[in-house]
Design a protein around this ligand. Structure first.
Ligand SMILES: N[C@@H](CCC(=O)N[C@@H](CS)C(=O)NCC(=O)O)C(=O)O
Length: 202
């Protein structure tokens, strides 16, 4: 049996979403956030204390997109773009764009929000993060011109990667930063039954 360690509104939503898209059953262990402080025994599973983590027999993974890739490769290739596909390089680019380029400023905002600190230095960090987010979301908006999905004309892990930072944009009350194509794209992702089931897990 696959076990996934999850906390609401974290990157583990990507893993739950992939499980739902693939129709794969798993035991979901929901943790308080941040687990390193509120459930320190989780450090035995993932010493960095981050979620998600996956345990599947002898396989133990702690990177959300690595877990998604593992599940997609094992249970059905439909969310992947293979090495011989002409869209492969774009797939890899957008796979990383979601977790690195889009997530970096949003992670900074999430940390500042969670710590609840105030002051000029904090404002400077937030302004910088917001500025980065604007530019990075604009590149997403441009990519979506004439496209329903980021690559290959269908849902792939690249969309699931980007779907989490777009979820955070909503949580942080920053929907005004999304252009019309990105807004429609996020709606397209959100309207999927698999997304809805994943996001509703506490
Ligand atoms: N690159 C990792 C990042 C994991 C990560 O930072 N997760 C956040 C939640 S979205 C977390 O658990 N933070 C708690 C902490 O750092 O203690 C991934 O994609 O899984």
């Amino acid at each position: 049996m696959i076990t996934v360690y999850h906390a609401k509104n974290t990157r583990s939503m990507r893993v739950l979403w992939v499980l739902e898209e693939l129709g794969v059953k798993a035991e979901i262990k929901s943790l308080p956030f941040p687990p390193s402080k509120l459930q320190p025994d989780y450090l035995a599973i993932n010493p960095t204390g981050t979620v998600p983590a996956l345990v599947d027999g002898s396989v133990q993974l702690t990177e959300s997109m690595a877990i998604c890739e593992y599940l997609a490769a094992k249970h059905g290739p439909s969310l992947l773009v293979g090495p011989d596909d002409p869209a492969r390089s774009e797939f890899v680019q957008w796979l990383w764009y979601g977790e690195s380029t889009l997530m970096t400023p949003l992670s900074r905002m999430a940390t500042v929000t969670r710590l609840g600190r105030k002051g000029a230095d904090i404002d400077a960090v937030l302004d910088d993060a917001r500025g980065n987010a604007v530019v990075r979301l604009a590149a997403l908006e441009q990519r979506l011109e004439g496209r329903d999905f980021l690559v290959a004309g269908r849902l792939t892990l690249a969309d699931i990667s980007a779907g989490y930072p777009l979820h955070l944009v909503g949580l942080f009350g920053m929907d005004h930063l999304l252009g019309p194509r990105s807004t429609a794209y996020r709606e397209r992702l959100r309207s999927r039954p698999a997304y809805q089931r994943a996001i509703s897990v506490d």
